[in-house]
Design a protein around this ligand. Structure first.
Ligand SMILES: [Zn+2]
Length: 502
């Protein structure tokens, strides 16, 4: 085996061997310098290519995601600097072909994940649910045998779909309560009517037709089967294994598009920092994670914590070795804000475990040192950090925004367009390599490097997590009930396709 110094003499970048005396201890300043836009964009293009070769997406259960996972593992393996594991887990895959027309016109509808197939094409009169469809009383006897139209809101889609079935509806069409298409998940297999989502505009058109007795035709054909998925976990061979920094993003996309910002940007940002880190020695071990099946409900990250905390293996002591978790899910939104998770709870009165305040403060300093603005981002428990918060691990991370509209105040701070979504392509076919904010992408990836450089040396200011699984606080339970009753993806605001639960 050649040594690092020989590689260096030949002008070739080579990983720092753990015992090499010449290799410097990592510093934030040095690590940040090694994060280059061209490397980020090359990585993004790779993910785009995987999606293009596999039907336009990198969703769990498909070839685009499998190619992503294999490539990430290979890239990390070939550095020689990491112990790389592809951790398998089996989850129920669910997808469908859907079709809907009413009064002779075709309307765009989206499948609600885990919903059942329809018995062929069901043609029946439309009827509106009373109120918002969250109680049995919202479904009068006349619903029986009809296609019931229900407004989104107040309770999970699952509740509406169960209520529709219990009332004997032939199918359920849930329409959005804000602009945009509506798809999502029923959270788990259950006794539902065939259920689809549609836009507010279509919903209102359908409601207007009900008075004149319009009939609808609904077709849903689903595939549901167990499929194996993988987390990719790469840990530095060197460093103190009792004091570990974990950071990650999710490797899968939704079905609707290639997911190059969500979460190709986080994946590639993290990978790029992982490659840069190979030039240094670390004092604390650093574990890079690429979570699978996030868009199906953060399945990979929750599986990982269960495999660690004693539920499926490991012990509470294994969890306590993780000193901090950093999450990067969407860091290059085209109309971005520079969002930092509100670890100290100062903005949203929902803080992370002790030490999350330090993590937030350290991220803030990175931007402030460059004279750049930042805004706090709520821990909605709708990205992979949720599993870490639930296990009491101090957490933080970056988020540049999804479908929520940019405020005038944010436009003042960051530029971009007020009144336009932070990522108009969120969970859409347009989430491509063409639609990344390069400046935010580079800056945030350098910010990842900054924090990695810091915690690879010291966890000062971050107390060790209690070596017991954290009981859900009342506040956490309230948020989980609000945001996370089923399997949910997401971010600082209600999520779009393939992931929302209510
Ligand atoms: Zn995401």
């Amino acid at each position: 085996m050649r040594t690092a110094s020989l590689f260096a003499a030949a002008g070739v970048i080579a990983p720092a061997l753990c015992n090499s005396k010449r290799t410097p201890i990592v510093s934030s300043e040095q690590l940040v310098k090694l994060v280059k836009l061209e490397d980020l964009l090359a990585g993004s293009q790779k993910l785009q290519d995987f999606a293009d070769a596999h039907g336009g997406n990198r969703a769990f259960g498909g070839g685009g995601h499998n190619a992503t996972v294999d490539w990430l593992a290979e890239e990390l393996e070939k550095t020689g600097y990491y112990d790389v594991v592809k951790q398998p887990f089996v989850e129920l895959f669910s997808a469908a072909t859907v079709d809907f027309s009413a009064g002779g016109a075709d309307y765009k509808v989206e499948y609600m994940t885990y919903g059942p197939s329809s018995p062929g094409t069901v043609t029946a009169p439309l009827i509106a649910a009373n109120n918002i469809g969250c109680t049995a009383a919202d479904f009068p006897a006349e619903v029986t045998g009809k296609l019931v139209v229900i407004k989104r809101g107040e309770c999970p889609f699952q509740t509406k779909a169960l209520n529709a079935k219990a009332a004997g509806a032939a199918g359920a069409i849930i329409y959005n309560n804000i602009a945009g298409a509506l798809s999502g998940t029923l959270g788990a297999v259950g006794d539902y009517a065939p259920t689809v989502g549609t836009s507010l505009e279509v919903g209102e058109t359908l409601l207007a037709g009900i008075a004149s007795g319009v009939e609808g035709s609904l077709f849903v054909e689903t595939i549901q089967e167990n499929r194996t998925n993988y987390n990719v976990i790469a840990e530095t061979k060197g460093g103190d294994k009792n004091n570990v920094l974990v950071l990650g993003g999710h490797s899968d996309s939704v079905f609707a598009g290639p997911g190059i910002n969500d979460d190709g940007s986080g994946s590639i940002g993290v990978l790029t920092v992982a490659k840069a880190l190979t030039q240094f020695k670390v004092k604390n071990a650093v574990r890079f994670a690429f979570w699978g099946a996030e868009e199906f409900g953060k399945l990979g990250s929750f599986y990982y914590l269960k495999s660690l905390n004693g539920t499926l293996g490991g012990s509470a002591a294994e969890v306590a070795k993780i000193r901090a978790y950093l999450n990067f899910d969407m860091i290059a939104s085209p109309n971005y804000v520079l969002g930092i998770y509100d670890g100290d709870g100062s903005a949203f009165n929902f803080s992370g475990p002790a030490g999350s305040n330090t993590i937030e403060r350290d991220f803030e300093e990175f931007y402030e040192n460059r004279g750049l603005p930042h805004v706090p981002s709520l821990f909605t428990l709708r990205s992979d950090y949720a599993a870490f918060l639930e296990n009491g691990i101090p957490s933080g991370g970056l988020f540049t925004g999804a479908e929520e509209l940019k405020t005038a105040e944010e436009a003042q701070l960051f530029g971009g367009e007020a009144g336009v979504a932070l990522d108009a392509n969120y969970h859409q076919p347009g989430d491509t390599v063409e639609n990344l904010a390069h400046d935010a992408y580079l800056l945030n990836s350098q910010s990842i490097a900054n924090s990695v450089g810091k915690y690879a040396v010291s966890f000062e200011g971050i107390p060790r997590a209690n070596a017991t699984i954290r009981k859900r606080s009342a506040e956490m339970s309230r948020l989980l009930a609000r945001f996370d009753t089923g399997h949910a993806h997401s971010h600082g605001a209600p999520c779009g396709a393939g992931s929302v639960v209510m």
